[in-house]
Write a protein that binds this ligand. Structure first.
Ligand code: NAD
Length: 129
C-alpha cells in the first residue's frame, strides 16, 4: 500500500520505517526542514538503536522518502497517519492544534486527494471534551 506518515518524530519515523521494511511504499512528512534534510542525507534526528540502518536500507530500496510537503504525502497515499505532538494544556486537556493544522492542510481539492484515503491520528492522550 501507499502510506503517508505526517510527523516524522519518534512515533512517525519508527512507524514509517517499519511499514517500509515490510514492503509498503511510505512517504514521511515533517514541517521541520532541518529534520527532513538530515533524513534525506542519510542520518536520523532521534536516538533509536538500529533505526538508522533500517532507514538507509529502505531509502535505498526506494520504499521510504521524506518531504516537508503535506500535499505531496496526502496526494500520493491510500492511508495517512498523523503522528504530530498532542501536548497537555494547563487545564489538563489536550492541545489538538497540531492535528487540526494537519487536517486543515490535508483538505485538498477532491481532484488532488484520493477519495479513498483514510486519515488516522496516532496519539495516546484523552480527547478534548
Ligand atoms: N513517543 C511515544 O512514546 C509515544 C507513544 C504513544 C503515542 N505517542 C503520541 O504520538 C504523537 C507523536 O509523538 P512523538 O513522540 O513522535 O512526537 P515528536 O515530537 O517526536 O514528533 C512529532 C513530529 O511532528 C512534527 N510536526 C509538528 N507539526 C507538524 C505539521 N503540521 N506537519 C508535519 N509535521 C509536524 C514535528 O516537527 C516532529 O518532528 C503524539 O500525539 C504522542 O502523544 C507518542
Amino acid at each position: 500500500m501507499k502510506l503517508t506518515i505526517i510527523g516524522t518524530g519518534y512515533v512517525g519515523l519508527v512507524t514509517g520505517t517499519c511499514f517500509a521494511e515490510v514492503g509498503h511504499q511510505v512517504i514521511c512528512v515533517d514541517n521541520d526542514p532541518a529534520k527532513v534534510e538530515v533524513l534525506k542525507a542519510g542520518g536520523i534526528p532521534i536516538y533509536e538503536p538500529g533505526l538508522e540502518e533500517l532507514v538507509k536500507k529502505n531509502v535505498a530500496a526506494k520504499r521510504l522518502t521524506f518531504t516537508t510537503s503535506t500535499a505531496e504525502g496526502v496526494q500520493n497515499s491510500d492511508v495517512v497517519f498523523i503522528a504530530v505532538p498532542t501536548p497537555p494544556l494547563p487545564d489538563g486537556s489536550v492541545d489538538l492544534s497540531f492535528i487540526e493544522k494537519v487536517a486543515a492542510r490535508s483538505r485538498l481539492p477532491s481532484r488532488a486527494t484520493k477519495s479513498s484515503s483514510i486519515k488516522a491520528p496516532c496519539r495516546s492522550t484523552p480527547a478534548k471534551k
